[in-house]
Structures are given as C-alpha cells and as structure tokens.
Design a protein around this ligand. Structure first.
Ligand code: NDP
Length: 322
C-alpha cells in the first residue's frame, strides 16, 4: 500500500514499503539518455520538483553527472537520508568477483557512500567489449547464485540498503527465490499501458516484491508514443491533466513505483504532479484495455545472436513466457 510522506516543499509524495522495511518514493527521475544534462535535470527534479528518488545505471554513462546533481541538491539543503538513489550492475560485471568492484566504482562516480537500491540490470552476462548485436561468445553463462551472494554481502556491509533485479522472467525469479537469503526488494520491469506485463506484476506481488515500472511513457526514440495515444489523450483532456501525468498515475494506481525520464524542466515538474487526485476506475480500466501489447525494450540488440545463440530469439530472452 502506498503511504504519504512530505518533502521540503510540502508536496505530498506517496511511497511504497519494501520487504526490508525501507520505503521507496512512488515516483523517481529516470536518467537513461539524459547525457550531460543529467546534473541539471537531477538538481531541478530534487530541488524544484520535490523528487526524492533518482534512477540511474553504470551503463547509462551519466553517473558522474547524476552525482553532481545530487551533490548540488544536498548543498541546497536536501538531506542524503531523504533521497532514494538506485543504480544497476551491468552485464559485463555479472560474475561474483566483479560485483563489489563494480559497486565501488558506481559509488565513486556518484560521489556517494551508499546506494538505496542496487539492481542486476539484465540477467545475462556479456563478455568485455561485447558488440551489439553480440558475436558468438559474447553472451555467457551467469552464476546467478554466486552473484546474488555478493549482492547480499553489499547489504550486510551497508554499502547498499536494498537489492533487486530488472528484466527477469517468472522462471528466473523462481530460481533466485530458491536460494536467496536476502530477498530481492524490487523487480524493475518495462510496464506501461502498451505492455502491462500483468503476469510478472502479480507474481512479484504474491512474493511481496515491489515492482518499479520503467519506460512508463513508452520510452524514447524508437519507443511507443503513448503520449499521443488516443485513449491516453481522451482521459487527459477529460481530467484536465497531461498525458504524461495520466501515464504516471496509472502506474502508481497499479501499485508500482515509476521512473519517467525527462531533461525538460517543465516536464520534470509536470510528471510528479500526480498526488491528491485519482484516475476514476473506468479510465484506469480503459488504459488497461489498450490493445497491441508488446515490449519496447526486448533486448534483441544486446543479447540475440540468431545463428550462434545461446539466445537465438527475443522469445529466448524472455524464456518463452510472453
Ligand atoms: P520514458 O517512458 O520515461 O519516456 C521518456 C521520454 O518521454 C523522453 O523522450 C522525454 O523527453 C519524454 N517525456 C518525458 N516527460 C514527458 C511529458 N510529460 N510529456 C511528453 N513527453 C515527455 O522512457 P525511458 O525509457 O527513459 O524510461 C524511464 C527510465 O526508466 C529510464 O530513463 C531509466 O532510468 C529506466 N529504464 C530502466 C531500464 C532497465 O533495463 N532497468 C530500461 C529502460 C529504462 P524529454 O527528456 O525531452 O522530456
């Protein structure tokens, strides 16, 4: 259940409780493709928008810039302990001996002493210098148990407060739950009205694992333009909200936290104005009924080699569960 917290600007921002007992703010700022503007976007989000949750990853190449933005916000008076900073372990680092050095490098880039959440970015190990699409040998076996033990060690040593995964399937989640001593607190997945992924959301809920919805607006270049979807647009006009707000609110009403990316100050501030009102049930349901369900971030370029495998198709990436 979402609960209310108050930011410095007295804007009511909901949060969700994690299995660990910690809370995650319901909305965070995404930083994929934020580029060199990340520092400014992060600062504006925290100081002017009232965001307390920032989502980044080593692979986005923006961690130093994000770190500058966080530092500027702290200088402006926001307390580190009130922020929720997430980063992710990239595929080349998915072997046990690489986990801790990767996290330490991420902390150094972000200029932080701990992360609130550290996620396995994708459940496939890539060779150093892997090409896109991968050459034979680029996609390798992952020692999931060994990697998870190292992630658990980061929690024990207070370098990260919570650990979790992204882009998992039911099959992989069941495998992880079979040996996890520290449960994954969060599973981050692509979710928006064009790809609801109800199956994974339900499975996570049944296990008490919180879901963060990524690409909530349908993602960026090459994505699905949900901002101009006719159902989204109709509901936005009816409620006097923007399409972005309708999409963010839909995610929160499903019980997921949500991390829209924007580098535009007005849109950053617009996307978080989603508290103190609800999507009426009929509109929520209309968004759940948008046809043509399909993933935008299917992983083909990263992981599929049609001739050499081990992943020969997008269906292989998702364990044939879609
Ligand atoms: P989003 O669905 O958040 O969409 C971002 C795009 O929408 C940008 O082009 C942005 O442009 C535009 N936009 C933002 N707000 C509005 C608005 N109110 N109205 C109109 N357009 C708007 O895409 P992402 O794929 O970036 O997903 C969000 C975040 O999720 C990522 O940034 C990343 O942090 C995370 N993620 C995680 C993944 C994983 O594997 N774990 C994979 C993909 C994403 P502009 O900047 O100009 O406003």
């Amino acid at each position: 259940m979402a609960q209310a917290t108050f930011t410095a600007e007295d804007q009511k921002i909901e949060s969700f409780r994690l299995l660990s007992g910690h809370t995650i703010p319901a909305i965070g700022l995404g930083t994929w493709r934020a580029g060199s503007q990340a520092d400014n976007s992060v600062k504006i989000a925290i100081v002017e928008g009232g965001y307390r949750h920032i989502d980044t990853a080593w692979e986005y190449g923006v961690q130093e810039s994000v770190g500058h933005g966080v530092k500027a916000a702290i200088h402006a008076g926001v307390e580190r302990r009130d922020l929720f900073i997430t980063s992710k372990l990239w595929c080349t680092e998915l072997s046990p001996e690489r986990v801790r050095p990767a996290l330490l490098n991420t902390l150094q880039q972000l200029q932080l002493e701990y992360l609130d959440l550290y996620l396995i970015h994708w459940p496939f190990r890539l060779a150093d210098g892997a090409s896109r699409p991968p050459k034979p040998g680029d996609v390798q076996e992952m020692d999931m148990e060994g990697v998870w033990r190292e992630m658990e060690g980061l929690v024990k040593d207070k370098l990260v407060r919570d650990i979790g995964v992204c882009n998992f399937t039911l099959k992989k989640m069941n495998k992880l739950l079979g040996f996890a001593e520290t449960m994954p607190s969060v599973c981050q997945m692509e979710m928006h009205p064009g790809w609801r992924n109800d199956k994974m959301l339900e499975a996570c809920k049944q296990n008490g694992i919180h879901v963060t919805a990524y690409s909530p607006l349908g993602s960026q270049e090459g994505g699905r333009d949900l901002i101009h979807d006719e159902t989204v647009d109709r509901i936005a006009k009816k409620l006097s909200k923007t399409p972005g707000q309708v999409l963010v609110k839909w995610a929160i009403q499903r019980g997921t936290s949500v991390i829209p990316k924007s580098n535009n100050p007005d849109r950053i501030k617009e996307n978080i104005k989603v508290f103190g009102w609800e999507l009426p049930q009929e509109d929520f349901q209309a968004l759940c009924n948008i046809p043509d369900q399909k993933r935008v971030l299917h992983g083909e370029q990263l992981f599929v080699n049609k001739n050499a495998g081990p992943l020969r198709s997008v269906a292989d990436v998702w364990d044939h569960e879609d």
